[in-house]
Design a protein around this ligand. Structure first.
Ligand code: PLP
Length: 452
């Protein structure tokens, strides 16, 4: 494709890029500023989802760009088997200074799936290092998403994403997620529901043999499968206690919900638990560069130090200097501008706007979220909570109607087990004004009404 004479949209038969969707064209993005992206025709799109909960500072932030330019002028790349860099060290210091208690080290990677892969291998090698090589099982949750590489896909519980790759995946035991809207029984309180889920996890551990289990893997707040699944009070505390009782590691995946998205830097702060390993990505670099990380507890790192002295894992681009510079700048702006408080305040405003626009909407069954991380669950009928026929691909229709109306929202749906239904995810940049949020909700309402 010749971009100089580019149309606003590249047709599916006029591109050599192996796009995800091969049946329809895509608009050509040419610039981004603040809350908006602009395509080659000059049309602007209000970014209500940060792509996929990535662009936490919005687009084109001048300080992040300047930090990247400065790093490019100094040093772009030094392989991590030869060197460390000042910028990687500084970023790790910042992340550990602000991390939950006991976290002592940061393992840098290039994105969320890589972070999950690294955490899984860290868990396995940890048990080899401490002389428990028989531990070889992971337990994770249904309706979860941990990435598209094979290990991450195996622990993930999105049936639609897994189905055709099943022969390539390691065997993982899946238990129920915390999905209060659908799964809490009328005769139990939120706390009792959480205890029931912990009991289910306990049974799974007993079935496998506690001495054989490496780790329980969960998103602290579920994101990309079933539209922002928040935990009921006490659930994660129960999970933590269970893991401690059996010497099982707790891996919390905060690739999507972490780095301020829910109003605290880490979503687990609101659950009162500290994981052994925590994965972060998206909001870490805010989309300015590909970067992710695993934060690890001192005792895990200590086992490697006292054992083989080597984590047998690594990628060419880990700790990339320009990626670290971008992430450092993003995180410094968030700290300096008090954006976590702003996420909480604007999050409350967004919640109110969503309630106003959708609480009585016949096709919106549930509105749930935290901070600037909100999901709408779409239903054909509110009373029975019946989903739309998956063949209608309602989530995709809402997305294309939203794009037509100049709005980016993140759609989810399309499972093969009939469990996930259609959801719309909102994860606007932390810089969104109340007026932006009002505009987002208004355009979303119009898009939904056109789509159904
Ligand atoms: N983990 C979670 C919770 C995610 O939401 C995602 C992506 O959406 C990933 C892992 C995978 O991250 P990436 O797409 O950067 O590989």
């Amino acid at each position: 494709m010749n971009t100089l004479s580019s149309p606003a949209t590249v047709a599916q038969d006029a591109t050599h890029v192996f796009h995800r969707q091969l049946r329809h064209g895509l608009p050509v993005a040419v610039s981004g500023q603040g809350m908006t992206l602009t395509d080659a025709s000059g049309k602007t799109y209000l970014d209500a989802c940060g792509g996929a909960a990535v662009s936490c500072l919005g687009h084109g932030h001048p300080e992040v760009r300047a930090a990247m330019h400065a790093q490019i002028d100094r040093l772009t790349y030094a392989h991590t088997s030869f060197f460390t860099t000042g910028v990687a060290e500084e970023l790790a210091d910042l992340l550990i200074d602000t991390a939950p208690a006991g976290m002592s080290h940061v393992y840098f990677v290039s994105g969320g799936s890589e972070a999950v892969e690294a955490a899984l291998k860290m868990a396995r090698q940890y048990f080899v290092e401490i002389g428990q090589p028989q531990r070889r099982h992971f337990i994770a949750r249904r309706q979860s998403y941990h990435g598209n590489t094979l290990g991450a896909l195996a622990v993930g519980g999105n049936a639609w994403r897994r189905e055709q790759f099943q022969p390539l995946l390691i065997d993982v035991t899946h238990v129920a997620p915390c999905y209060e809207y659908r799964d809490r029984r009328a005769d139990e309180s939120a706390e009792q529901y959480g205890q029931r889920l912990v009991a289910e996890l306990s049974e799974a551990i007993e079935r496998l043999g506690p001495q054989n289990v490496m780790a329980f893997v969960a998103e602290t707040v579920g994101g990309a499968t079933a539209g922002v699944l928040t935990a009921v009070p006490g659930y994660f505390k129960g999970v933590r206690e269970l893991c401690d009782r059996h010497g099982i590691l707790l891996i919390l995946d905060e690739v999507m919900c972490g780095m301020g998205r829910t109003g605290t830097l880490h979503a687990c702060e609101q659950e009162g638990v500290v994981p052994d390993l925590m994965t972060i990505a998206k909001g870490l670099g805010g989309g300015y560069q590909p970067i992710g990380a695993v934060l690890a507890q001192g005792r895990v790192v200590g086992a490697f130090r006292q054992g083989s002295g080597l984590f047998q894992h690594g990628h060419t681009y880990l700790g990339h200097a320009v990626a670290c510079a971008a992430a450092l700048a993003v995180q410094r702006v968030i700290q300096r501008d008090g954006l976590l408080a702003q996420v909480r305040e604007r999050g409350a405003a967004l919640q109110a706007l969503l309630q106003q626009a959708f609480a009585g909407h016949p096709q919106v069954g549930d509105i749930r979220g935290r901070g600037l991380f909100w999901g709408l669950e779409l239903v054909a009928e509110r009373g029975s909570k019946r989903w739309f026929d998956p063949a209608l691909r309602l989530h995709a229709r809402v997305k294309s109607e939203a794009m037509a109306g100049g709005l980016m929202v993140y759609p989810m749906g399309g499972t093969v087990d009939g469990r996930c239904g259609d959801h719309i995810l909102l994860a606007p940049p932390f810089i969104a004004s109340e007026a932006d949020l009002g505009e987002i909700v208004e355009r979303l309402r119009a898009a939904l009404d056109r789509a159904v």
